[in-house]
Design a protein around this ligand. Structure first.
Ligand code: ISL
Ligand code: CA
Length: 528
């Protein structure tokens, strides 16, 4: 039996930026409900919502102050129930974000922990003396609290204190939260930074340029133990799936995390195709670096997630394509890659329109806590103003977070108010309304490709084999029960000679036949 989560295409919604239903400038749950028909038409079968729980928004919802309630900016529990029911009518399943490495510093647990009140005293990681660990968002990972005379650990922002997984009460709380939402009818969780839950020791870390201390918390035995327990006591009792966002995992770690723990993980290796180790160390995008990493994971891990974008990453057309000269061709070529590899594909809102990076003109337009921290840190390190700007412009998480471009109208039809983050000026041409009515648009291509995948077992769960790979071209084959499908993708702006001929099933150049030469950013699904 093939599990449903292997057959369906996932669509990630960043609720704050998706659709504002009441003109208060912020996307909301009713906005999502109003777009369900469109998502159904696109052909997606699962929606993953970035966090919609109560949050003071220091990290836009990834700092949760109440796990059992909806942020009033987004709606109510009744709205959430309505979304689950309305989605279900359209055979769409809802997956929520489970953010339990840390809570918000505004959570009741943390407030009581600061006062030393039981049973919350040891819900977090407190020490008289901080160690040398550094945070994901730059700077020290410890913060002093007067009322306790102690420091707490925060691997992310100050407002995101890490929970203490040596405390069994914390694990019980997490189980309760999971049951609460699964009982309301959701179909699983995307688990935020899930491979860093358990810190084996709090000893000083080896000196390095980023994430000092990580050898003490990446994919530790304690985390594997906790994940097995969550599976046994909660997840195994429901028809649901989990995808773990896992920091710096190797295929070996991923295999272990997917063995009686999670169903699949997000790995990040292929996101280094345009940087050295960490995203801020820029280097020119190399197609073969991307292909090699994708092929390696396809070979080594039984079931992968396939993604090119999410709410933390720049837009793929701006990054791996050519938003200036080949915006449509390259967006479609990336779609072919995303929807024909083996694994569950995750589309990030707007990717299906070919949305591009934020056209920001000044640092004041930034919202993201990471970008702001890194920018001020980099300036303190005396990196040139020029380099800092370039770095932020290319890599800021806000690139992915500008509001959805629904129409050519003011603010892209996202809101009747003033959007919380500026809408890209290119919404006049890149928008849902125009693309929906144009059979040659990026959106229409996605729709056709998803329909093809949804009706082709070889593409959904067939085997994967590399046919050939060059500096710019990736060709592979998918096969199931004797039925074969070929795929070829050119992620360069030059024509490429290839040893490949055949009839196409889909082509981003509208071709029915391929004859040894690929156009810039040409991609095709081939009969075999
Ligand atoms: O953004 C990153 C690099 O592009 C990562 O370092 C990211 O911070 C990391 O993958 C963890 O991300 C997740 O947890 C964070 C939250 O800010 C991100 O939005 C979320 O995806 C803390 O909860
Ligand atoms: Ca709203």
């Amino acid at each position: 039996m093939i599990e449903w989560w292997k057959k369906r295409v996932v669509y990630q919604i960043y609720p704050r930026s998706f659709m504002d239903s009441n003109g208060d400038s912020i996307g909301d749950i009713q906005g999502i409900i109003s777009k369900l028909d469109v998502l159904h038409e696109l052909g997606v079968g699962i929606l993953w919502l970035s966090p919609v729980y109560c949050s003071p928004n220091e990290d836009n919802g990834y700092d949760i102050s109440d796990y059992r309630n909806i942020n009033p900016e987004y709606g109510t529990l009744a709205d959430m129930d309505e979304l689950i029911a309305e989605a279900s009518k359209r055979d769409i399943k809802i997956v929520m974000d489970l953010v339990v490495n840390h809570t918000s510093s505004q959570h009741e647990w943390f407030k009581k922990s600061c006062q030393g009140v039981e049973p919350y005293k040891d819900y977090y990681i407190w020490r008289k003396k901080p160690n040398n660990w550094t945070s994901f968002f730059g700077g020290k990972a410890w913060q002093y609290v007067e009322s306790r005379g102690e420091y707490y650990l925060h691997l992310f922002a100050k407002g995101q204190p890490d929970l203490n997984y040596d405390n069994p009460a914390v694990i019980e709380e997490v189980k309760g939260i999971m049951r609460f939402w699964l009982d309301r009818g959701i179909s699983g969780f995307r688990c935020d930074v899930i491979n860093i839950l358990h810190k084996t020791t709090l000893r000083n870390g080896r000196p390095r340029i980023a994430l000092v201390g990580r050898e003490h918390y990446l994919s530790q035995p304690g985390t594997h133990r906790i994940l097995k327990e969550l599976r046994k006591d909660v997840l195994s009792k429901y028809d649901c799936f989990t995808v773990g966002e896992s920091v710096m995992v190797t295929p070996k770690d991923a295999k272990q995390l997917c063995n009686g723990e999670l169903d699949m993980v997000f790995s990040f290796e292929h996101m280094n195709a345009d940087c050295f180790f960490i995203k801020w160390l820029l280097r020119k995008f190399s197609p073969i670096r991307l292909y090699k990493s994708l092929a390696k994971w396809e070979k080594k891990v039984k079931w992968n997630t396939i993604y090119l974008e999410n709410h933390d990453q720049p837009r793929s057309v701006s990054r791996f394509g050519d938003e200036k000269n080949y915006p449509i061709e390259s967006a479609k070529a990336l779609a072919v890659l995303l929807l024909t590899l083996k694994g569950t594909p995750f589309i990030f809102e707007g990717e299906e329109l070919g949305m591009t990076n934020f056209d920001m003109t000044s640092m004041d337009q930034l919202n993201d806590v990471e970008s702001k921290n890194v920018y001020s840190l980099a300036r303190k390190l005396r990196l040139s103003e020029n380099y800092c700007h370039k770095m932020i412009w290319q890599k800021s998480r806000d690139n992915a977070r500008t509001p959805m471009q629904w129409s050519a109208q003011k603010h892209g039809g996202f809101t009747t108010g003033t959007p919380w983050l500026k809408v890209n000026d290119n919404h006049t041409t890149i928008n849902f309304d125009c693309e929906h009515d144009d059979p040659n648009s990026v959106w229409s291509f996605y729709k056709e490709l998803i329909a093809l995948r949804n009706s082709t077992p070889a593409l959904q769960y067939g085997t994967f084999k590399v046919s050939f790979m060059t500096k710019n071209v990736f060709a592979y084959e998918r096969a199931f029960e004797g039925k074969k499908i070929g795929v070829i993708v050119n992620l360069s702006n030059k024509k490429q000679r290839v040893p490949c001929v055949g009839y196409t099933i889909m082509s981003n150049y509208g071709r029915t036949q391929l004859d040894c030469e690929l156009e810039p950013y040409e991609a095709a699904v081939l009969r075999r």
